[in-house]
Design a protein. Structure first.
Ligand SMILES: *Cc1c(COP(=O)(O)O)cnc(C)c1O
Length: 402
């Protein structure tokens, strides 16, 4: 990556990755979105409105919290947590849905659609649809609806229609395909609100821009607290939006290392994890060229993870490019370690994280003995753990029974 390279380029590419691979009908909608976004980005009123909502509605800025007891438990580090778990709806997802919701209203769209896996993005989309008074339909795999019944109720309470998807493995990948299919026939009235830095251009760029508030705040906050930049940033990677939101504003700071942590699931056997950057190969999924978990015939592999939010066979093209150019490093942490990561943070700091960022905490614990004394680390704490207590409780009783 050259020092001032603009990402993505005009055609929506991050090096070889990204682009648009969609049917003709969607192409026109993507052009419309790109133009509307370019105009909004320059418009002071749009920026002011979004800033106001992020502050008064979502709860920004989020604290950059110095976790002293965790730091001590890990040796002689200085660990800071970027507290996205304190936002309205409990995770970073609202940064993006507020941005896209505002954009949709500006484009005159009266309906939002979204895909969801764990239900977190569905809830964040249903929330802004209620806030802006527009219609909302969320596509969700039948299997996920069963596993995440509480979030289905939340979405319905917020006035959204939740449509079960019964194709394929009945999970996020299939819900995304269904949302794209629905969009093809409704583009005139509908905005498709994608939940991560994936999909065709301009989505990986605009979701990144809406999430980059995480890294911009963290950069200013750490400079105020420490008078210097951190040595290391760590965040979990599903599609990659919370991680890129933290990383992107630091990408030109050569001394700041970045590590993205993927879900290692039950094991690294094909079909039993979601470590796309670590184990994937290039291919096209959901409208973009990126890395992808696939078999040798190019069929998308099933994925597995204790954290539904990381359970996706693709990944954002900007991460694929950071890995290719060695700007960031990507690693994997399995289910059992992630659970221990959640417990470590809960016991040392009184913060129960979602199982997604628990992967990042677990990797930091593993890495800590190899880091220089006094290293300053910022961890992206993408969400809170309330949604995962049932999963954690099941694994606790299994442990106590053993
Ligand atoms: C959805 C979610 C993730 C994964 O999505 P990214 O786009 O990779 O950030 C991570 N953490 C939480 C709490 C989530 O809800």
């Amino acid at each position: 990556m050259s020092r001032r390279e603009i990402l993505p380029d005009r055609t929506g590419h991050f090096g070889p990755f990204g682009g648009k691979f969609v049917p003709e009908t969607v192409m026109a909608a993507l052009d419309e979105l790109e133009r509307a976004y370019a105009a909004s980005r320059r418009d002071a009123r749009f920026r002011r409105e979004l800033r106001g909502l992020l502050r008064q509605y979502a709860g920004r800025p989020t604290p950059l919290y110095h976790a002293r007891r965790l730091s001590k438990a890990l040796g002689s580090l200085k660990v800071y947590l970027k507290r996205e778990d304190l936002l309205h709806t409990g995770a970073h997802k609202i940064n993006n849905t507020l941005g896209q919701g505002l954009l949709a209203v500006r484009m005159g769209k009266r309906r939002l659609i979204a895909e969801t896996g764990a239900g977190q993005h569905g809830v964040a989309t249903a929330t802004v649809a209620a806030l802006f008074g527009v219609e909302c339909e969320v596509f969700m795999g039948e299997e996920d609806m069963r596993r995440q019944a509480l979030n289905v109720v939340r979405m319905r309470l917020l006035g959204a229609r939740v449509t079960p998807v019964s194709g394929g493995t009945k999970t996020l990948k299939d819900a995304t395909s269904e949302a794209i299919r629905n969009w093809v026939t409704t583009v005139r009235t509908t905005h498709y609100c994608i939940g991560s830095v994936v999909g065709p251009h301009p989505y990986p760029m605009l979701v990144r821009d809406f999430q980059a508030v995480i890294g911009r705040e963290a950069r200013a906050q750490i400079l105020a607290a420490e008078g210097r930049l951190p040595d290391l940033l760590i965040a979990c990677v599903g599609g990659g939006s919370n991680a890129i939101g933290l990383f992107h504003p630091f990408r030109h700071d050569r001394r700041v290392n970045m590590i993205g942590v993927e879900a290692g699931g039950a094991s690294l056997t094909p079909g039993h994890h979601a470590s796309t950057l670590v184990k994937g190969r290039p291919g096209i999924l959901h409208g973009a060229y990126s890395l992808l978990l696939q078999d040798r015939f190019g069929q998308v592999l099933p994925t597995e993870s204790i954290s539904a939010g990381l359970d996706y066979p693709g990944v954002g093209p900007e991460h694929a490019y950071y890995q290719l150019t060695k700007r960031a490093q990507y690693v994997t942490v399995g289910d059992a370690k992630a659970l221990r990561g959640a417990e470590l943070l809960a016991r040392t700091e009184g913060i129960l994280p979602a199982l997604e960022p628990a992967h990042a905490i677990a990797y930091l614990a593993e890495l800590a003995p190899r880091l220089p004394r006094g290293s300053c680390v910022v961890v992206g704490l993408s969400g809170r753990g309330d949604k995962d207590v049932e999963t954690m409780s099941a694994s606790m009783s299994a442990k106590h029974a053993a």
